[in-house]
Design a binder for this molecule. Structure first.
Ligand SMILES: Cc1cc2nc3c(=O)[nH]c(=O)nc-3n(C[C@H](O)[C@H](O)[C@H](O)COP(=O)(O)OP(=O)(O)OC[C@H]3O[C@@H](n4cnc5c(N)ncnc54)[C@H](O)[C@@H]3O)c2cc1C
Length: 308
């Protein structure tokens, strides 16, 4: 079956745009994850649509991996196609309107906007995701979120049809969107910013960068904040007060710098990371009766038992 997929995909994308049995740990910020049967990076939106249509018509499983900054991929990897839009990374600015393709990094878009004295995307200057991932997650930080500045987003449906969704139709909420809910594939976004004062914009970015670097364990691979904020609480504080910092399984550990982060000390497996997540959830539930829901997406297959 895989041989057939390879043959068929060769007529849709260039040979250099797809890889076979590609280790996904090279594409995730936790540096975890087994192999993708097929890792496909379309060079154009038309190719992306063709890949999605092909997968739909032939029942090939498909998973869209952005910049891998909010992902834990299990050690057995992902079957079928892993689609990645990193080659769709155009950023264009016209007056106060910013256009960005899904594979552009949001921090690059933030930087490009700041360079044109545009204000509104400063909050995202240190978020390590792609525009597509930020749209799906309604990424936010320091009081700002995608929903504040988005005008519209072009998406592909699972059948490969193109839709143009307005801000309202995107139904952006706390770390959620219609994109994630319906399994759409974001292709590009349009943001509207405001003309701002260059000095203030630069100072805000410097201040947020300082806050992030001083509070987050950026020297280690991680998926950022692992848990969503439970209503009425802060996940990090609950974890800290449960005495979980510095604890973990195998090479994974609850950061001593930021309790909401679980780091890969270098030799963690995805199983270690996921077991550490469960350990934290159990400790917080026992101590405070609060259920911590994961913000990170956990996908893929475990290794077969005899391979563990
Ligand atoms: C050090 C660190 C700090 C972080 N700080 C923040 C923060 O301040 N605020 C915040 O909100 N997040 C933060 N994150 C989490 C992460 O950067 C965001 O959630 C980001 O939006 C994920 O984007 P991504 O491209 O990496 O997506 P991935 O991690 O690759 O994917 C996440 C989800 O989005 C989906 N997805 C990806 N691309 C698309 C697309 N084109 N169309 C549809 N769905 C898509 C994936 O299928 C998956 O379900 C941080 C992470 C790290 C490692």
């Amino acid at each position: 079956m895989k041989e057939q997929w390879i043959k068929d995909l060769s007529s849709i994308v260039n040979p250099q745009d797809f890889k076979i049995d590609e280790p996904l740990k090279n594409y995730t910020m936790t540096m975890l994850g087994g192999k993708a049967d097929l890792f496909v990076m379309p060079s154009t939106e038309e190719e992306a649509a063709e890949v999605v249509k092909y997968a739909h018509q032939n029942n090939v499983p498909i998973f869209l991996l952005g910049n891998g900054s909010n992902m834990v991929i299990r050690d057995g990897g992902i079957r079928g196609i892993v689609l990645n839009f990193s080659k769709l990374d155009e950023i264009r600015i016209d007056g106060t309107i910013v256009y960005a393709q899904a594979g552009a990094l949001i921090k690059d878009v933030s930087k490009a906007a700041a360079a044109k004295s545009l204000t509104g995307l400063e909050f995202s200057c240190g978020i390590p995701g792609s525009i597509g991932g930020a749209m799906a997650m309604n990424a936010g930080a320091y009081g700002g979120e995608i929903n504040d500045v988005i005008v519209s987003c072009k998406v592909l449906t699972q059948e490969g049809k193109i839709l143009d969704l307005s801000q309202e139709q995107l139904e952006l909420g706390y770390r959620k969107s219609i994109i994630a809910q319906e399994g759409y594939y974001a292709l590009s976004s349009i943001f509207e910013l405001k003309k701002g004062d260059q000095v203030t914009i630069d100072e805000t970015i410097a201040d947020l960068t300082f806050k992030r670097e001083s509070k987050q364990p950026l020297e280690y691979p991680s998926a950022g904040s692992v848990f969503k904020r439970p209503p009425g609480y802060f996940a990090g504080k609950l974890i800290q007060d449960s005495g979980m910092q510095g604890k973990g399984v195998g090479g994974a550990e609850v950061s001593t710098k930021h309790a909401g982060f679980i780091i890969n000390k270098g030799d963690a497996t995805a199983t270690d990371y996921i077991d550490t997540i469960h350990m934290v959830q159990k400790a917080v539930k026992e101590k405070f009766g609060v259920d911590l829901e994961t913000e990170v997406k956990i996908v893929g297959e475990d290794l077969p038992t005899d391979n563990k």
